[in-house]
Every structure is written in C-alpha cells, then in structure tokens.
Design a protein around this ligand. Structure first.
Ligand SMILES: Cc1cc2nc3c(=O)[nH]c(=O)nc-3n(C[C@H](O)[C@H](O)[C@H](O)COP(=O)(O)OP(=O)(O)OC[C@H]3O[C@@H](n4cnc5c(N)ncnc54)[C@H](O)[C@@H]3O)c2cc1C
Ligand code: SF4
Length: 424
C-alpha cells in the first residue's frame, strides 16, 4: 500500500490521518508527547504569583509542557505541542467560518455535513452559566449586540464548569482531535511522538519523504504522500527548510482582555467563552485570561475577583516566521480596531456596575496562526499551491488567504477532509 506521512496531530493532522488511513498506510509524526492537563491547582498557581515566581509567560512550559509560548514585541503567541496539538488547549468553540473560502469558489458543505455527524456540538452549557455570565449576556442584548451562546464541541453533560479549558479538560467533556487520532489508529495508522519534522525531501518535483529529529538522532521517513499539518507557525518553517518559500502574510487573531475587579466574580470557575458577540472586525466573549492573571502585574491576586471580556481581532495578514526569526506586530489599523473593542467592553463593564478606574487590560496573546502560503482563486479547486510538488499538501491554516478572526478548528477540519479526498 502507498505510504502517507502526516506531520502534526492537531485539528488538521488528526483529520487527515483518519481520512487517509486505509487508502494509505499512514504514519503521523508528532513533535510533542502524550498530552497531560495542567496538574497544578489554581490556589497553587496563585501562591507562585504572590511570591513573585511568575514573571515571564514562557515559564508556563515548565509546568505545562503542552503549551508553547513565543514572544514578539507586541504580543505572545500560544500553541499546543503534543498529541491533539492546540485542540487540547481550545475552549471547545465550534463555529463554521468558511465564508471567505466560499467567496473564492470553495464549497465545503459536504465536509461540514460530515463534521456535524462526527463531532457532537451543543449550546447545552448555557443552563449552567453563572449569574454574572447571564448578566453580561443581558447587557449585550440591551446594547443591541446580539449575543449568541457559543456552540461547543463535546459532551457538556460532563462539564463541571471548572474553567480550566485552556489547560486541558480534566472531565473529558471537551472534544479534541485525539478522538480522530484514535480512530485512525484503530484502522491501523501509526503515531510516533517526540518526532520533529525538519524538512521534506523533494526530488525531481516529487516529495520522497521527510527528515525528522528524534532526540539527538535524525531519521528519514519515506513517503508517497506528505501532508503538512504542523500548525500555522511550524508548517511555514518546514516548507522554507524544504526550499519552498512562504509569504510574509502571517495572521494570528490577537486577543486582548478588558477586565475589572469584581468581588467573587468567580469567572475562573466558569466555562470559557460562553457566548459570542460578532462585530465587523472582531468578536467579543467573556473570558478569564489565565496568562494575564498569572504573568501581568496589572492583574492582582486573587483570581476569583476578576471579570473579563476578550476581544479577538481579525488582524492584518502582515508578519512572518522562519527558522531564525518571528515578526508579528499590530498595524495601525489593528490597534484602531482593538481600541474600538476596548470601548465596547468598557461600556459593558460599566453597565455591569464596574468603576471606570477599576478597569484594566490584559497582555495581548494570540493562538490562531496561519496565512503564510495562501491559496489563490485559481487553486481553489485543487487545494494545492502551485509552489508545492504534486504529492505534498498542507492541511492546516497556512493556506487560508486571511484571518478568520474566529475559532478556526471546524474550518481547518473541513479543509483537511477536502485535502484528503483530493489525495485519494
Ligand atoms: C488557548 C487557545 C484556545 C483556543 N480555542 C479554540 C476554540 O475554542 N475553537 C477553535 O476553533 N479554535 C481554538 N483555538 C485555535 C485552535 O486550537 C487552532 O487553530 C487549531 O488547533 C489549529 O489546528 P492545526 O492542526 O493547524 O494545528 P495544531 O492543532 O496546533 O497542531 C499542530 C501539531 O503539529 C505538531 N508539530 C509542530 N511542529 C511539528 C514538527 N516540526 N514536526 C512534527 N509535529 C509538529 C504540534 O506539536 C501539534 O501537535 C484555540 C487556540 C488557543 C491557543
Ligand atoms: S469548564 Fe467544562 S469543558 Fe472546560 S475544562 Fe472544565 S469541565 Fe472541561
């Protein structure tokens, strides 16, 4: 049987592995290890903050290896490393965001139909919302912002509203891509962890396999088909290492939280992003921002007294990553749009009862990277960039022409399904 190498086990990689196994002998190469949720409790993390041991976001990797942090001048970038990729850190939001793809002639209706059969999606969590979340929802209604409960992936009967979604769900309530990976393995796919792919070998216009680093050793994995799904920050590096240039069009969907002190707000014990307000260039959603709470000095102890709203911006696609350099700054337009978001969130918190001088901002963080090898309209049907050899495909957010400004997992899964169909 033909051999396929899938690089990465997140949303795109796990989907491709599940779809391709059987038609190909699939081997998934994953840089990280088995995923483990953060084991430290919030009171322990609060103690570390109080004694001044938490001062740089990159420290999180020491206690929670599945979360990788990179820093730029303007923001921190967050992604998952390990089985399940960034889906293990996600807050479960399941939104279909293929409007731009549809406008460029890509119809993913069939793939979304399949997704809705395969992944349970629900707004059932609404019945467990805390009173402050309900009040924020009403305020958004009063402001004419048309808030909508967020559809979530998983079985939320099991959710205990512990608020730890971004550190891995201890209840197994939240869906993540390890479910697809297990399905691929049951059909015979091999999964190799601790295996960091460095480059694709291309000979006579065809990909013949990949070189990967395993500990100190390097190993060549031969392949008839290579699918890159290492995420929007790692796939461009692998492509460039393989002699395929990328474009400096990196988007990341920066998140800025506007928060207030509020006695016993207990947002840290609430499901993250329970509802969403859509605006033209950003979405708003209640969110306890752990990274800001742990590492930003403006965020004081204790966690239970914080109430925040996130602005998630569809940023300009300006930025790049290579083996040596990461450049991602906010453009003037991005900053202007974020300030519009801050104004709306401030108004929401004032209506909630907050004092203006008790309102403060979080650290900008971003976790939806993509865009560095965007598909053109001519490539819409083939899902295959002309710079790639015929048997090399990308199945993550790297081919997206612009930021979705919204949770991308379902759209990445749909794209990975389409790529898989095209490869069979
Ligand atoms: C805190 C947080 C919350 C989020 N919440 C949501 C949400 O609720 N809903 C939503 O839709 N989106 C959410 N996202 C975004 C979403 O998780 C990602 O966009 C999505 O998982 C990307 O899928 P992917 O397959 O492209 O990459 P990833 O899921 O990041 O998977 C890439 C995989 O490749 C591996 N890898 C990297 N480099 C290599 C290499 N060189 N060799 C081998 N393997 C490699 C990584 O370890 C990783 O496992 C969130 C993101 C963050 C950071
Ligand atoms: S809030 Fe619910 S979904 Fe999130 S981690 Fe806790 S139990 Fe899981």
């Amino acid at each position: 049987m033909r051999r396929a190498i899938v690089v990465g086990s997140g949303a795109g990689g796990a989907t491709a592995a599940k779809e391709l196994q059987g038609k190909f002998e699939v081997t998934v190469l994953e840089a990280g290890k088995e995923f483990r949720p953060l084991s430290l409790s919030l009171p322990t993390m609060e103690r570390l903050k109080r004694i001044g041991l938490l001062f740089d976001e990159r420290e999180i990797q020491l206690i929670f290896p599945a979360m990788q942090i990179r820093k730029t001048e303007d923001m921190i970038l967050v992604n998952g490393i390990g089985l399940g990729g960034t889906t293990t850190l996600c807050t479960g939001n399941a939104v279909r965001m293929d409007q731009d793809l549809r406008a460029s002639g890509i119809n993913l209706d069939a793939e979304f139909e399949e997704i809705y059969q395969e992944i349970p999606i629900t707004t059932e969590h609404q019945k467990r919302w805390h009173k402050h979340t309900r009040r924020l929802f009403e305020i958004c209604q009063e402001m004419g912002l048309n808030p909508r409960p967020t559809p979530k992936m998983g079985n939320y009967d099991r959710c205990i509203s512990c608020g730890r979604c971004v550190f891995g769900c201890p209840q197994g309530a939240k869906w993540d891509s390890r479910r697809f990976l297990e399905m691929a393995q049951q059909k015979g796919a091999q999964v190799i962890t601790g295996c960091k792919v460095e480059r694709v070998v291309i000979e006579d216009g065809r990909a013949t396999g990949v070189w990967a680093k395993e500990g100190w050793a390097r190993r060549f994995y031969p392949a008839d088909l290579v699918i890159l799904a290492a995420g929007g920050l790692a796939t461009p590096v692998i492509l460039q290492n393989s002699g395929i240039p990328c474009e400096p069009r990196l988007f990341v969907d920066p998140v800025l939280c506007v928060a207030t002190e509020w006695s016993n707000a207990l947002q840290c014990k609430e499901i993250e992003m329970p509802f969403i307000v859509r605006q033209k260039h950003f979405i708003l959603s209640p969110y306890f921002d752990y990274l800001s709470f742990f590492f930003n000095k403006a965020w004081k102890y204790p966690a239970r007294d914080k109430l925040g709203i996130m602005i998630k911006l569809a940023d300009s696609n300006v930025g790049s990553i290579s083996k040596r350099e990461l450049t991602k700054t906010l453009t003037g337009e991005d900053k202007q749009r974020l300030s519009e978001g801050v104004e709306i969130c401030t108004e929401m918190l004032l209506r909630f009862g907050a004092e203006r001088d008790s309102i403060f901002l979080g650290t900008i963080n971003a976790g939806h990277p993509g865009g560095m090898l965007p598909l053109t309209e001519q490539e819409a049907g083939s899902f295959h960039h002309i710079w790639l050899p015929a048997n090399l495909y990308v199945a993550d957010a790297t081919p997206l022409p612009r930021s979705l400004g919204n949770p991308p997992i379902l759209t990445i899964i749909a794209m990975a399904k389409r790529v898989s169909k095209l490869c069979i």
